[in-house]
Structures are given as structure tokens and as C-alpha cells.
Write a protein that binds this ligand. Structure first.
Ligand SMILES: Nc1ncnc2c1ncn2[C@@H]1O[C@H](COP(=O)(O)OP(=O)(O)OP(=O)(O)O)[C@@H](O)[C@H]1O
Length: 237
């Protein structure tokens, strides 16, 4: 399975954010999307998820059925600030979500999903409105374990997790990558180097791969800094 982006463009007024961004993302890899503040990472994710209308270009999904247009249902989007039904408990919400995805996950055990996320019995039965940021992110991840969308986008996902949960989440992402295309945006270079199979940089509205041999080299940080340092950036924010 492959996600193919071609010539994606998006402007807000006269601010050109995406300027012909193109890339091929493969299943089985975790991609780290790096870019400076205001580079357009969230805009790219919003365009892929259908939340923001793109001005030009295409996004395709190449899977067993051949190449087809990417649709909203193909995307699981883990927001940095999750939007969830605050009036339900985590348990009630996941139960509801399992019910509407019954065809995909028949006979699933709700508690087993919470166990995977190391969420205590007490927490799973509390109202979502009282959840911490990290707990809300966990609930979002649970949704995608259930619905299994082919492409999962994570907007700065691990920054709100404590060290233990971040470790568990990293393991979960590593487990999930064999079935999904996983792209996550982050500003934490160490996390990107630790977790990602490939680094993609969004700079001046274009996507480009960082050579794989740099990922675990001593020059990684310096290479990314040099790549992202440019005079055009300031006017972009
Ligand atoms: N709805 C909008 N209307 C107008 N401008 C917008 C809108 N959404 C984003 N922008 C602008 O587009 C540019 C890219 O923003 P975006 O949030 O995609 O960047 P980002 O790479 O995710 O940044 P950060 O790393 O700071 O989260 C910014 O200049 C931002 O102000």
C-alpha cells in the first residue's frame, strides 16, 4: 500500500503554504514529518483528512484494489488537541465506537482495548471532560485500533505523554506500522530519530526525504537544522 501525493497546493489569502508538495509514503514505515513552526504540517494533514480543501494537486491510495483517490474514511487523524464527546466516559465512547464498527471488530472486548492503553479501571469510567490531554490522545489512538484506517496521521502526538506512556505508544506504533501508513509530525528530533524509519521535511511548501543513512548518524541534528534554516521562512509564519 502506498500514499501518493502529487503537486499539492494550498494558500491562505496570499500566503502560499503548500507549493506543489509531492511524496510517496509506503505501508510498513513510520514517517516523521519535520518542519519549522508555520511550515504547513497541520495544513498538509488537514488537506489529507478532508478538513481543509486543497487548491490543487492530488492524493492517491495505491492498495490491493489499485490506485484510487484518497477519501476521508482512509484517514485516522490523531489531533494534538483531540475533539471528543466530553459528556461520555471513555468506556461509553469506546463501546459506542465498537458498536458502529461491529462489522470490522465482531465480539471485541472493550476492556482489552483499554488494557492495551494501560488505562486504569477508574479512568476508563470517568467522563472524558476530566481527562488529561494525554488520556484524550490515548482514546483517539484506540479509535484507530478499532477502525484501522489505512493512513494514520499524528499531529505532535507523543509530546503530551509521560515517559512510560510514550514508551508504550512508541511500541504500539511500531506494531501498527505493518498494516498502516503512519505519518507523524514532531519538533522533537530525538523522537523522530528513535521512532521513524524515514524523515520527511516540509520546507518552502515542498516535501523532501532526508537520506536514510543520516537518520542514525551524529550529523542528523545538524543536517536537519541546515535544511530548515533559510531566509524565506520568516515571512511564512
Ligand atoms: N485557516 C487558516 N487561515 C489562515 N491561515 C492559516 C490557516 N491555517 C493555517 N494558516 C497559516 O498557514 C501556515 C501554516 O500553518 P500550519 O499550522 O499548517 O503550520 P505547522 O507546520 O503545523 O506549524 P506548527 O509547527 O507551529 O504547528 C501558517 O502561516 C498559518 O498561520
Amino acid at each position: 500500500m502506498e500514499l501518493i501525493l502529487q503537486g499539492m497546493t494550498k494558500s491562505f489569502g496570499d500566503k502560499k503554504v503548500l507549493q506543489g508538495a509531492g511524496f510517496h509514503f509506503q505501508k510498513g514505515k513510520i514517517y516523521g514529518l519535520l518542519g519549522r513552526n508555520g511550515a504547513g504540517k497541520t495544513t498538509l494533514f488537514n488537506c489529507l483528512s478532508g478538513e481543509t480543501k486543497i487548491d490543487g494537486g492530488h492524493a492517491w491510495l495505491n492498495d490491493d484494489g489499485g490506485k484510487r483517490k484518497l477519501v476521508e474514511e482512509d484517514i485516522g487523524y490523531v489531533y494534538s488537541l483531540p475533539i471528543l464527546p466530553e459528556f461520555l466516559t471513555g468506556y461509553e465512547f469506546i463501546k459506542f465506537y465498537l458498536d458502529i464498527n461491529r462489522d470490522k471488530r465482531p465480539g471485541s472486548n472493550i476492556d482489552a482495548y483499554f488494557d492495551k492503553m494501560s488505562m486504569s479501571q477508574e479512568d476508563r469510567h470517568r467522563l472524558i471532560k476530566n481527562y488529561s490531554h494525554g488520556m484524550k490522545n490515548k482514546i483517539q489512538m484506540l479509535l484507530f485500533l478499532i477502525s484501522k484506517p489505512p493512513v494514520i496521521l499524528l499531529d505532535e502526538p507523543l509530546t503530551s505523554f509521560d515517559v512510560i506512556v510514550a514508551h508504550e505508544m512508541k511500541n504500539m506504533l511500531r506494531e501498527m506500522k505493518s498494516d498502516h501508513i503512519l505519518i507523524f509530525s514532531t519538533h522533537i528530533l530525538q523522537l523522530a530519530a528513535d521512532l521513524c524509519d524515514e524523515i520527511v521535511v516540509l520546507n518552502n511548501g515542498q516535501l523532501s526525504a532526508v537520506p536514510a543513512d543520516l537518520l542514525h548518524s551524529a550529523e542528523f541534528e545538524q543536517s536537519i537544522i541546515s535544511l530548515l534554516k533559510d531566509e524565506n521562512h520568516a515571512e511564512n509564519i
